[in-house]
Design a binder for this molecule. Structure first.
Ligand code: ZN
Length: 256
């Protein structure tokens, strides 16, 4: 097969045998791909500084008949990684985004909007004084929507009461849906208490242009409720906790 070029972000990278590396990317044109970078640990010329997680790169690769492991020809670093790597909180947020994408995206299936979302999210997170938790909430809300896992936020999933009927609601991570206060007494799995304002903010994030969503103003209450319900829902979907999550919890404690 012939070689192809694409923009990409490194999601994961690990050594293989003595000299090679296996590198997983999210790409602009081909979805998530996993590649073998042969002799990468000795070839600084073909892969100069561009195989580390969270790096924004341009790559040339050769697909194979199977989807699982393609051949990485070379890569070029496109964006100075210093702003990300010199700040532990920014790096942690980048790592969590990469890990979630790696865990949830299928191999070699282009999904419209996915690459643009990680590109825009990374740009947002490296601006001056980024709102890391708020911007992560925007990323995660849009990502779940793109992947077809958007939580149901318009009405109680048991009695169909609309959102406008109550000021206080509950969210069921198990069901991925909001529950009204009356029906909450009939649910025996974990529920997150959330105000209607939090739910409306998450609905707005889905509907607004991404730049407007990143510019939203947040109260501390809405931020905390939104991040808790989204992370509980994500972990429920994934059935495992992303490894970067514990460091992100530390970041949450310092920003709230
Ligand atoms: Zn109900």
């Amino acid at each position: 097969m012939r070689s192809l070029n694409t923009d990409a972000v490194v999601l994961r990278s690990r050594d293989f045998q003595d000299t090679h590396r296996i590198v997983t990317f999210i790409t602009r044109d081909h979805g998530k791909i996993t590649t073998m970078a042969r002799h990468a640990r000795h070839s600084k010329k073909r892969f100069a500084n561009c195989l580390e997680p969270c790096s924004v790169v341009k790559i040339t690769f050769t697909p194979k008949a199977n989807k699982t492991l393609w051949h990485l020809d070379h890569g070029i670093l496109c964006k100075d990684p210093t702003p990300v790597r010199s700040n532990i909180d920014i790096f942690t947020t980048h790592c969590l985004i990469c890990e979630i994408m790696d865990l949830m995206c299928p191999l070699a299936e282009p999904i419209p909007g996915l690459y643009e979302l990680i590109e825009d999210s990374f740009n947002q997170l490296t601006k001056n004084d980024p709102l890391l938790v708020e911007h992560f909430i925007v990323f995660l809300t849009r990502f779940l929507g793109i992947m077809g896992y958007a939580p149901q936020l318009s009405h109680c999933f048991k009695c169909h009461t609309p959102l406008s009927s109550h000021a206080i609601w509950f969210f069921s991570p198990d069901n991925g849906s909001i529950v009204c206060p009356l029906c909450s007494h009939k649910i025996y799995s974990k529920l997150n208490r959330v105000c209607a304002g939090t739910i409306k903010t998450l609905i707005a994030i889905r509907q607004l242009r991404l730049s407007r969503a990143f510019a939203l103003k947040w109260t501390l209450e809405i931020k905390i409720q939104a991040i808790e319900m989204l992370i509980d829902f994500l972990v429920q979907r994934l059935t495992i906790k992303p490894r970067s999550l514990s460091m992100f919890y530390d970041l949450l404690k310092t920003t709230s």
